[in-house]
Each structure stands twice: as structure tokens, then as C-alpha cells.
Design a protein around this ligand. Structure first.
Ligand code: SF4
Ligand code: SF4
Length: 67
């Protein structure tokens, strides 16, 4: 199983990572961060395959992937 970490305070809620993930691991939270953005969070981490598409797509480099 791979593991992603999302820096929720750096996230701008653009959804690029949500669209990039082939496994629907990431969703946008119903709660906002301190900057007022609805941030991305990993909701199905067990499905993550570590492809890093999410991290590559994030314009703000909020996501790190470990294998
Ligand atoms: S590493 Fe791949 S499978 Fe895992 S959350 Fe990112 S895009 Fe989805
Ligand atoms: S791509 Fe980056 S900034 Fe956009 S929602 Fe995902 S983690 Fe947040």
C-alpha cells in the first residue's frame, strides 16, 4: 500500500488531484482550511497505488507520496 500526505493548509482546493487520481482516493473536504479553501483529503487511502499522478498534478506541491 502506498501512502499520500496532503498539506491541507497549503491546498487551494482546485480539485486537480481529485481528477488525476485513477483510484478515487482523494476528495474535497466539506471543511475549509485557515485560508478558507475546501481542501483535498485522502478518503480511500487503502486504494492508493502510489502512481503519484496526484502529486504531479498539484500546482501547489501539496502532496507527497511514499511507497
Ligand atoms: S498516488 Fe495515485 S492512486 Fe495514490 S492518491 Fe495519488 S493519484 Fe491516487
Ligand atoms: S491539486 Fe493540490 S491544491 Fe489542488 S486540490 Fe489537490 S492538493 Fe489541493
Amino acid at each position: 500500500m502506498a501512502l499520500i500526505t496532503i498539506d491541507k493548509e497549503a491546498c487551494k482546493g482546485c480539485s486537480m488531484c481529485v481528477k488525476a487520481c485513477p483510484k478515487n482516493v482523494i476528495a474535497i473536504s466539506s471543511e475549509s482550511n485557515k485560508n478558507g479553501y475546501f481542501y483535498a483529503e485522502a478518503v480511500r487511502l487503502d486504494a492508493c497505488i502510489g502512481c503519484a499522478f496526484c502529486a504531479l498534478m498539484c500546482p501547489d506541491v501539496c502532496i507527497t507520496v511514499e511507497k
